[in-house]
Design a protein around this ligand. Sequence first.
Ligand SMILES: *Cc1c(COP(=O)(O)O)cnc(C)c1O
Length: 376
Amino acid sequence: MNNDLNIQMVDLTGQYERLKAEIAPAVDRVITGGRYINGPEVHRFSEALEQYLDVRHVVPCGNGTDALQAALMALDLQPGDEVISSSFSFVASVEAVVLLGLKPVLVDIDPKTFNIDPEAFRKAITDRTKAVIPVHLFGQGASMDEVMQIAREHQLHVIEDAAQSLGADYSLNGKIRKLGTIGHIGCTSFFPTKNLGCYGDGGACFTNDDALAEKLRMIVNHGARKKYFNERVGMNSRLDTIQAAVLEAKLNHLDDFISRRQKAAEVYLRELKDVSFIVLPQKCEEASHTFNQFTVRVTGGRRDALKQYLKENGIPSMVYYPSPLHHQPVFAPYLKEGVSLPVSEEVSRQVLSLPMHTELTEEELIFISQKIKQFS
Ligand SMILES: *Cc1c(COP(=O)(O)O)cnc(C)c1O
């Protein structure tokens, strides 16, 4: 390593050290209390998150992928029904579609935000289309005004994938809403590196629809409202009480976590603004950016060279995501042959995510930026 800063891609243990006085006793209370499954912390955290998001129902579950699956199951779709999502994304949303015997339809993205291109969504709608999954990638909202408008016109369900954007604001028709509470169901993940991360797996669905909430609660609990009375096919997907205790303590800090990410992003944006081979993340007017990732585009075919150079200088970086989903072999049988989504394909070759977490110092951010500026 070529510096003594010990820069990390994420620093979960550093954040824990800072908040240990609040989190450790909460975890200890669960262990000494003995209510390891569905303990009081699960309910308390869900209610606190409902308040934070200003949403009627938070249904906790085992992880973000389960949340997406439960959301799709709650819509009672038929085999072969089509669900549209964007190709430049994490695999989970499309995986859930295929697991349920539904047909994934992948569309291209807006290169400025990396999120679903509303016009591409509109063009992909057929008689079989039943739902759309806009993913709010890297912490910034997809164009929800347009997505909701198009979905309304075609009577489609909207499932928001807010795994990377929990806590982000979105101005919908002049009213500020939290991402994940705009569509019919929102899904999130509490994977350790997300905006609100626990110390293992966790996830949740959100909805303002009472009937959908009731279905979601049944689905994550073996399809049962009452124990040993199973009304539909469900899953066993629970948020552990220990994880709920961690999340309850950390939820009080979510706005601070986001503001620390945003401050780190401001330093990158300031320091890197004149670097000719870097396209910086662009903020859109209607959505706040929570910078779960700080992802730049490296032009001129030099992404991998820059990554290697940073590594040699003791700076980690990651490629999220190296291949669009329509190029993943697992989805080939479900997609039209030879489908081409040029923006997703180009962006996959260019993206590089820089270190981003709540504990980064100005010194570290400036060091990283200086090194990038010296790359030639
Ligand atoms: C992390 C993530 C998920 C899945 O969450 P898990 O809790 O890891 O199952 C889904 N979608 C997106 C966009 C994600 O980033």
